[in-house]
Design a protein around this ligand. Structure first.
Ligand code: AFP
Length: 327
């Protein structure tokens, strides 16, 4: 009889550390996000059948058209985290301000930032999307948690991860001790470990960027992209950061979303997208930069702070930074 590999619950229990208030907290928080991920995964799989494709007819705080699944995913993740009683502050890409955490705003120990459905324009075409999250330990004491607990650089993050809804559903996380992948077994309804201590793939001459925007790019990015093309790099762009990031982590490459002449800070959100993935990239031996500074060292000035980002193989990010430092 074969023994099943450890599930997410067992693995997190065995791999907690003393950064957490209680040894079980990591497990409880990951379990909550994992449960939300199972629900979102099943909703995505049945989206056409349940008429939850398409726009919700609203825009989020940064003006993006909200999809029905953005709204569903946002509520599901928030409710799962609130049910733990451990979360004092939450902020998501879909909300202008902090999400109300009730009594736990005073008693909870953790703050969570998340993008419930990253790449939501992929939903209607059955292409990959994902949920991204980051968790901090609170700073304030004895008062309802506020912006001070959330507006923090990625280098203060305790845990970061994502759930990728692709040809299979993958749960990835780091708590500062390596990066681990779990795959959802739909028959068991459980995430089982499929790769421990993932290492960023070596350089494989792949770049992921929306080159359709290059007419607005600045010279360092134009020079870099001409260079990589002259070196014979391949382009791979899914249009969902979490999916492009995961592909490059496993197969090698660099993802680039530069600032440009009409959007100097680019499109991506520092708290909900960039800082969590930067933590994962670094833990896997990769790197993430805004062209000059490590993403994890950037102090957010507002919840929806945007930043250019280049992330992936460390040598590829260093090459890109060279073009920016010579500018
Ligand atoms: P949405 O979640 O609003 O679809 O945004 C996704 C995203 O922030 C990121 O996941 C993609 O890499 C990027 O946008 C794609 O943007 P472009 O459509 O401008 O290439």
């Amino acid at each position: 009889m074969s023994v099943s590999p450890p599930n997410l619950f067992q693995f997190a229990m065995d791999n907690t550390n003393d950064e957490f208030a209680n040894p079980s907290d990591l497990t409880v928080l990951l379990n909550a996000i994992g449960s939300a991920g199972k629900f979102i995964s099943s909703e995505i799989n049945r989206a056409a059948l349940r008429d939850i494709f398409g726009s919700a007819g609203s825009a989020n705080v940064t003006g993006d058209d909200q999809q029905k699944l953005d709204v569903i995913g946002d509520n599901v993740v928030a409710e799962a985290l609130l049910s733990t009683g451990l979360v004092c502050a939450m902020s998501s890409e879909e909300n202008a301000g902090l999400i109300d955490c009730g009594d736990a705003a005073v008693t909870g120990e953790y703050c969570v930032v998340y993008d419930p459905v990253d790449g939501s324009s992929n939903i209607d075409v059955a292409a990959p999307i994902g949920t991204i999250f980051g968790i901090y330990r609170r700073l304030s004491e004895g008062v309802p948690a506020g912006d001070v607990d959330i507006l923090r650089p990625g280098n203060e993050m305790l845990v970061a991860g994502y759930v990728l809804y692709g040809s299979s559903t993958i749960f990835c996380y780091t708590s500062g001790d390596g990066v681990h992948f779990f795959t959802l077994d739909p028959t068991l309804g459980d995430y089982l470990i499929t790769e421990e201590n993932v290492r960023s793939h070596g350089s494989s001459h792949v770049y992921s960027a929306n080159e359709g925007n290059s007419g607005k790019w600045h010279d360092p990015d134009l020079n870099w992209v001409e260079h990589v093309k002259s070196e014979g790099y391949s382009g791979r762009y899914i249009g969902a950061l979490v999916a492009d990031f995961h592909r490059n982590l496993m197969k090698g490459g660099i993802y680039a979303y530069p600032g440009d002449k009409s959007s100097p800070d680019g499109k991506l959100r520092l708290l909900f997208e960039c800082a969590p993935l930067a933590f994962i990239a670094e833990q896997a031996g990769g790197a993430a930069s805004n062209g000059k500074t490590a993403i994890r060292n950037i102090e957010p000035t507002q919840l929806h702070h945007r930043t250019p980002m280049y992330i992936g193989n460390a040598d590829e990010v260093a090459l890109l930074e060279g073009f920016h430092s010579r500018a």
